[in-house]
Design a protein around this ligand. Sequence first.
Ligand code: CUA
Length: 158
Amino acid sequence: MHIHKYEKWWLVFGTGTLIVFLLIIGVSAFHAGTHPNNSKWTINYEKVNEIAPFDNPGVHKVEGKDWDYEVVLVASAFSYNPMEIEIPVGSTVRFIATTTDVVHGFEVAGTNINMMLEPGYVSEKITTVDKVGEYTVVCNEYCGTGHAMMYSTLKVVD
Ligand code: CUA
């Protein structure tokens, strides 16, 4: 088959542009690694329930740290442990969370708390909650058939 000279040039140019485009996408998507943006350290996700502090989920008052409370959270299809979190208004809280199975989200609607929980990684968020209220925690990563039913409550009390 005879290919016209210019046609051939455009073919090469088109293919080259496509490769450059894919490289840019690939590099920008993965240069920071594929782990979630809040992740601080790794964990064996099959043994989460045996590894501290995840062997003791819940709200813990702490002393001598930059935060007043530690909220230890374990997500699994399709619920959170604990189901309900209660913290005093104005306190600084360190949320540490992970998952025992698939990717889940931990988004507290109406606040700046929004973590992605990926198996094998521990996510962390330190924040101050300064408004009394009952906040809904939702899973914002599709995780399976029970995804829409996966929620819990954060109570900020006076
Ligand atoms: Cu868990 Cu969606």
